[in-house]
Design a protein around this ligand. Sequence first.
Ligand code: IVH
Length: 692
Amino acid sequence: MNASSPAAHAQWLRERLREHAHRYYVLDDPAVPDAEYDRWFAQLQALEQTHPELRQADSPTQRVGGAPLAAFESVPHEAPMLSIRTETDTTAKGAEAFDARVRKELELGEGDAAVAYAAEPKFDGLALSLVYRHGVLERAATRGDGTTGEDVTANARTIDQIPLRLLGQAPALLEVRGEAYMGRADFAALNARQRQAGEKTFINPRNAAAGAIRQLDSRVAARRPLRFFAYAVVRWEPVLGQDAFTTAADAGVLTQSGLWQRLRDWGFAVSNLATRVQGGQGLATFHATIAAQRDALPFDIDGVVYKVDRLDWQRRLGHVSREPRWAVAHKYPAQEELTTVLEIDVQVGRTGKLTPVARLAPVFVGGVTVTNATLHNADEVQRKDVHIGDTVVVRRAGDVIPEVVAVVPERRAANARPFVMPAACPECGSAVVREDGEADARCVAGLFCPAQRKQAVQHFASRRAMDIEGLGDKLIEQVVERGWVQHLPDIYAVSEARWATLERMGEKSARNLMQALAQSRQTTLPRFLYALGIRHVGEATARDLAHHFGRLEALVQASVDELLAVNDVGPAVAQSVRVFFDQAHNREMVHALQQAGVQWPDLAAQADLSLPLIGATVVLTGTLPTLSRDQAKAMLEAAGAKVASSVSKKTHAVVAGAEAGKKLEDAQRLGLPVVDEAGLQRMVGEGLPPRP
Ligand code: IVH
């Protein structure tokens, strides 16, 4: 682009940048590569540098924040920022009740048609009022007390979804209301950054958003990525002083849902969850539909908002005190509540890890009653500064386990006590150690610790391990507590008569359990290795070890170096396997299990050594022209190869398709043979290609 004058060039650049920023941030539909946008941006910055007179308040370069303020100025709201009545009945009845009230107030009878509503999510951020004069953002203000807010224009300018200049035809004056919020992913990333910098983290996205908007230094606000959804137009004056309702009617906009489109045309983001529905039934369905999506949304909502769609009806309904009669917020169950920490207990895990757990005064949050929450480890307790007796914010969102997000420091009682990690295991009294660089403290007693013993048995019996059906936690607790099971092999030594004497057991269930125990003796080497509960040996590692060594005896004798030769086995795993089999009592346990009848088919004997790729490890990367990834994998495995997920010195060949990335680079760097789909076909017939 070669404009005739710097002014025309600047104008051209501003328009391009505005258009493409809108496509990128609002429509989520970028039309030019980022690099192109960045080049235009740099050109405009350079132009404005050399020609300061070309710099305009609505230039896309003016979003970076400016000099810090001493305080926010108060601004009166021309139109009051109303609050909204909240329907706290979180069932469908709340929707029907609102519809009934509206119909009554509009004096609609049985015979009249269903009322149309504009139904929107209730965004969990903070309300902003945006005033545009001749299309240019003039002022952004918070709600404040509804009559007077704070001027946060400098911060609002840093929000990419707030247009600095309206798109298209702009009226002389426009006031838009909407919600500034922080997305969940941005919130998580911000908290991670704060934690890394040793700074305080935010409780939830709303607090983070409020903190950003109330930053006196707009350059700090610019680093807190906020977003904005528009949901109302309160002043719309083509001629100053004209009433918004009249303007809307003149423009053919008769409904709230019609306003959504206008707002979009001006360049605002309007949630695409906003839906026009019919009657109380429609509202109830909307409430349920959004509830089902709530946890998967990229932002927090705390309910939905229903608005009578027809603007003339809104007008007729008016408001009582500060709440409109034509709108209601219909909440969802809260995902955060306050409660008190009654105690901090320490739980001992299967591998001896000590976990502090907060015992809470029962609290209904996220749809369930929560009575405890993990605090993970001693560092976490310290970082959050949780004392016993504290009032805390508990959060439970979706299926995520309940979490203590923060302490309310003002509510700390005089007798609140700090938590101390015990020096002795609370279950067996053995020493507790915390190694350098480790977050976790551990009980050193291993299977001498009853807590670890119970969990070792639970793990051994679990479905993906020995799969002993009917051997549940309650039974395991009983046999361990009675001393019948001190070591894993003892499980196979408890008699049917003894099983039958346990709580909730009868003769029939004892017989079934004996049968399940008998069946579990026929297992596979991967399952058996996993069932042993060796630290760091999960299912996948157990499978890799079993297939690499083929026989248990070979694994028991393998050196750390030999273990390191196994794909995906690193130093921590190799060390842990070696340490496990170095201990005589573990070797004896394995022997005793075999004596008790546990057996598996020999993998080495089973492997067909005549397969062309036996013993080879192959990595797949990129997209192949005809084969799917699963098909390619199945072909390789049928030829005896193991298909691994990452490239290392232990890889024998890499099959690369289109858009292969880092794995291909790794292969080239390591000088490994790389083949395409045709090469794969050859390889499964003839064996590995030569090294390049
Ligand atoms: S309409 C007269 N729509 O809820 C009604 N409010 O309003 C004016 N809120 O803090 C508000 N999402 O910021 C409306 N889709 C939505 C909303 C919404 C969130 C917030 C708003 C205010 C509170 C009460």
